[in-house]
Design a binder for this molecule. Structure first.
Ligand code: NAD
Length: 257
């Protein structure tokens, strides 16, 4: 039997990398799709060295044609492609008065259009293989509650919850489910950058910036990328077959939002 295959965007580091490592443990072959090919190749290499199966792809998720080609190639090379994780995203700090049309286009193309391009390409492959599949999109706690100074990021993450629900309805007839995961504050390069900005604005150091994030977390600690990967593994596997259109919140209980 062909191995199940997951195509994971933004998987050269952070949450995406943790998802790839976890899905390999669950028996998936994984496509490490990222803008940063060098890092993606390192992740793929280390998975292959450990006896798993991975292939790196250079992909800009905002490029519809590039996403389609990479997904088709991964499906061809790796096996039975049935899981797409639209994980890549960017989170620039954007107080309202600083936002320009170019910034708007960039953040919406990378965070939102990417999910649509990925879903289009994956759906076409699932249908051509005559089976269903699972689409899993990265939203955020900031897509559940508006976050200060993150007008663009937060609003794209609200959009992702919406497009996940629409996809669930549109694709159910093809045996495809669509769900989202909403991390809270995860220790990744993205969150380190945000903590740095917060610290610079307050005239403090990065450690202080990071520590300000833990005060609203019921479980009293920041999230590891593996905490999120565990939830995505559930959404990728058959135990979640009867779930669609949902957002799984994995935020350690941030004010129970
Ligand atoms: P990260 O910045 O640490 O890693 C993101 C990865 O995506 C990088 O490898 C980067 O090269 C890649 N990437 C960026 N732009 C790309 C593009 N245009 N095309 C392809 N790849 C691209 O981020 P992370 O913290 O691991 O976040 C992953 C996802 O989880 C994002 O969608 C983010 O919004 C979401 N999220 C993160 C947190 C957190 O606390 N870190 C919280 C909530 C949601």
């Amino acid at each position: 039997m062909n191995k199940e295959v997951a195509f994971i965007t933004g998987s050269a580091q952070g949450i995406g990398e943790a998802i790839a490592l976890r899905l390999v443990k669950d028996g998936f072959a994984v496509a490490i799709a990222d803008l940063n090919l060098e890092l993606a190749e390192k992740v793929a290499q280390s998975i292959n060295d450990d006896g798993g199966e991975a292939e790196a792809f250079k992909v800009d998720v905002s490029d519809r044609e590039g996403v389609r080609k990479a997904i088709e190639e991964a499906a061809e090379k790796l096996g039975d492609f049935n899981v797409l994780v639209n994980n890549a995203g960017i989170a620039p700090t954007t107080p309202i008065d600083t936002i320009t049309p170019d910034m708007f286009d960039k953040v919406y193309h990378i965070n939102v259009a990417s999910c649509i391009w990925g879903m289009q390409a994956a759906t076409a492959v699932f249908k051509s293989k005559g089976h269903g599949g699972k689409i899993i999109n990265a939203t955020s706690q900031a897509g559940v509650v508006g976050n200060a100074n993150l007008m663009l990021y937060s609003s794209t993450k609200f959009a992702i919850r919406g497009l996940t629900q629409v996809a669930a309805k549109d694709l159910a007839k093809d045996g495809i489910t669509a769900n989202a995961y909403a991390p809270g504050i995860v220790k990744t390069p993205m969150m380190m950058d945000i903590a740095h900005q917060v610290a610079v604005n307050a005239g403090k150091d990065d450690e202080w910036g990071m520590s300000t994030f833990s005060k609203d977390i019921t479980l009293g600690r920041l999230s590891e990328a593996s905490d999120v990967a565990n939830a995505v593994a559930f959404l990728s596997g058959h135990d979640s077959d009867y779930m669609t259109g949902q957002t799984l919140i994995v935020d350690g209980g941030m004010q129970f939002q």
